[in-house]
Design a protein around this ligand. Structure first.
Ligand code: ATP
Ligand code: MG
Length: 556
């Protein structure tokens, strides 16, 4: 869709893998998904997961889950657990290949010593600020550090003492000795190790120095015999450094890095920093708040994993960044749910209806199919009686021309039920409509009139006595602009991102135990929330039957 090279599930990365296998350059394919455990996974990560695990599956290889846990100040066990859960939920399995960059700390340290011995790395005593200033700019070359020509012995000694914890944070770093005049800033003596007195979720207090992403990543790939190291475009400029490390170290294999465009979606910010601030700042109820684009949030909102995989398949894999319309995501979600979700009736903004010619105290049940296109889902019985609720929006006292639903004197069909005619409108002292008095035609049971007369509308309803009240959470887009800016995200939060109503549900919904979303007929897809408790039902809206966010932004 976003790239011409994406046809029939093929893309430029799959083409490369296929060629490498065909030419014999690689004997098999090994990929990895390498999250940093500093937050929950989001929709963008789903693209990377589906790509890495998908390629491994399609080409008979394997995909590792490797935590890139090199920054202990931001990483937590909670995130490790959540990431594992979410990758599984998405439908992928790493088998025995659960790895951590921290498993390789000892080896990485030995390789750093190797570089020192080869005269390709040195300990720099300059401050972070001095290093930044002397790195130069895109147009100006950098300047050599005054510590660049230290002897191998001195470097080895200082590096060992860094490891031993003799120096405070920031006192020294280990840098690769490459080229301070390189056109690629990443090659201007990049930092390989920094001092960090911090507790690590896995290695505890063993280490006082931690490798940089650039030093850990490629070497971890090589240790795991990764063949295709797939990452997002912002790492393209790091590839020469990735290759430099691989070329200059006695690594056991030679992985190659390939870059693809990261996923951006309208009305959404896919940045862990922003998502973390949304949680910490209390803008949302947590990482799994259904308004969050996290996999945990999407799951809680009732999005099926299948819809995520299908969405990723359709957007394809491109080499140029672009933004996908949120409408496309919702479209795929609706498509999957329309096919699978059982149907139920629920009234979200109830208006009472009294059927005057239906005997008081009497009731009956009507047969309702669970899915119009899937007879295997069977049917259920729904109660019908003298007092009902219908949707307030399905009535208008003075209907305009195109409004065919309930109005004074008008006859409509109740879904799965009878024709009813509105005879009278009852209002409260404030002039608001509080009740409709109607009559029903007993001959229309099942929804058709024997005399062949037609009605123009069918509306949903519930029987008042048996209806179950529920808290229904109606979610809207979290940001009120199609291209929210990460810098001032808080100002762009949609004040109507969550609306809570008390709905009246058909009784089956109180006892149903569906794992996923159901369709509330004519409204959208809804899923039971984990906040439900005995006697308290809570439902989340997964997605409406049609787009609503265009209205939110006022650009409809
Ligand atoms: P963020 O930008 O949200 O902070 P990150 O890149 O720091 O994310 P990592 O945990 O390092 O998060 O990401 C793991 C993998 O997921 C990386 O290979 C990264 O390139 C990929 N990834 C992250 N965001 C996206 C995205 N929006 N689209 C596609 N892939 C992504
Ligand atoms: Mg990252």
């Amino acid at each position: 869709m976003s790239d011409e090279s994406t046809t029939a599930g093929r893309d430029f990365i799959r083409d490369i893998v296929a060629e490498d296998l065909a030419s014999g350059r690689e004997k098999g394919v090994v990929t990895r998904f390498p999250p940093e455990p500093n937050g929950y996974l989001h929709l963008g990560h789903a693209k990377s997961i589906c790509l890495n695990f998908g390629i491994a599956e399609e080409f008979g290889g394997r995909c590792h889950l490797r935590f890139d846990d090199t920054n202990p100040t931001k990483e937590e066990q909670e995130y490790i657990d959540a990431i594992e859960r979410d990758v599984r939920w998405l439908g992928y399995d790493w088998g025995k290949h659960l790895h951590f960059a921290s498993d390789y700390f000892e080896q990485l340290y030995a390789w750093a010593q190797h570089l020192i011995r080869e005269g390709k790395a040195y300990v720099d005593d300059q401050s972070q600020e001095e290093i930044r200033v002397t790195r130069g700019t895109l147009t100006e070359p950098g300047q050599n550090s005054p510590f660049r020509e230290r002897s191998v012995e001195e470097n080895l000694d200082l590096f060992a003492r860094m490891r031993a914890g003799e120096f405070p944070n920031g006192a020294r770093v280990l840098r690769a000795k490459i080229d301070m005049t390189s056109g690629n800033i990443n090659l201007r003596d990049p930092v390989l190790y920094r001092i960090l007195h911090a507790h690590h979720p896995r290695t505890g207090d063993t280490w006082k120095i931690y490798p940089s992403y650039d030093f850990a990543h490629g070497q971890s790939d090589a240790l795991e015999h990764i063949t295709h190291s797939i990452c997002t475009l912002e790492f393209a400029d790091h590839r020469p450094l990735y290759d430099w490390c691989i070329d200059n170290l006695p690594v056991p294999s030679r992985p190659h890095q390939y870059e693809f465009a990261r996923l951006n979606v309208t009305y959404t910010l896919l940045s862990k920093r922003v998502l973390t601030e949304l949680v910490r700042g209390g803008h949302v109820a947590g990482w799994d708040d259904p308004r969050m684009p996290t996999l945990a949030g999407l799951q809680r909102r009732g999005i099926p994993a299948e819809a995520l995989r299908e969405f990723v398949k359709r957007i394809g894999v491109a080499k140029a960044n672009s933004t996908v319309d949120l409408g496309m995501f919702d479209f795929v979600v609706r498509e999957v749910l329309n096919r699978t979700a059982p149907r139920r009736m629920a009234v979200l903004n109830p208006l009472k209806v009294v059927i005057e010619n239906y005997p008081e105290g009497q009731s009956e049940t009507l047969d309702a199919v669970n899915h119009p296109d899937d007879p295997a889902q069977g049917s259920r019985q729904i109660p019908f009686s003298r007092e009902l609720y219908i949707e307030r929006d399905d009535f208008m006292e003075n209907p305009p021309k195109k409004f065919f639903r309930m109005a004074p004197g008008r006859e409509v069909r109740l879904r799965y039920g009878y024709f009813i005619t509105c005879r009278d409108v009852i209002k409260n002292a404030a002039g608001e409509v509080v009740e409709l008095r109607c009559t029903y035609d007993p001959a229309t049971r099942g929804g058709n009139a024997p005399d062949g007369r037609k009605v123009k509308a069918t509306i949903h309803w519930v029987s008042a006595a048996e209806a179950v009240p529920a808290e229904v959470r109606l979610y809207n887009v979290l940001f009120n602009t199609p291209q929210p800016e990460a810098a001032n995200f808080a100002e762009q939060i949609n004040p109507q991102s969550l609306e809570v109503v008390t709905g009246m549900l058909e009784p089956a919904l109180a006892s149903d135990n569906f794992a996923g979303a159901v369709q509330f007929e004519r409204q959208g897809y809804f899923v039971r929330d984990k906040d439900s408790a005995p006697g308290k039902l809570v439902f989340n809206r997964t997605v409406g039957l049609r787009d609503s966010y265009a209205k939110v932004a006022g650009d409809a």
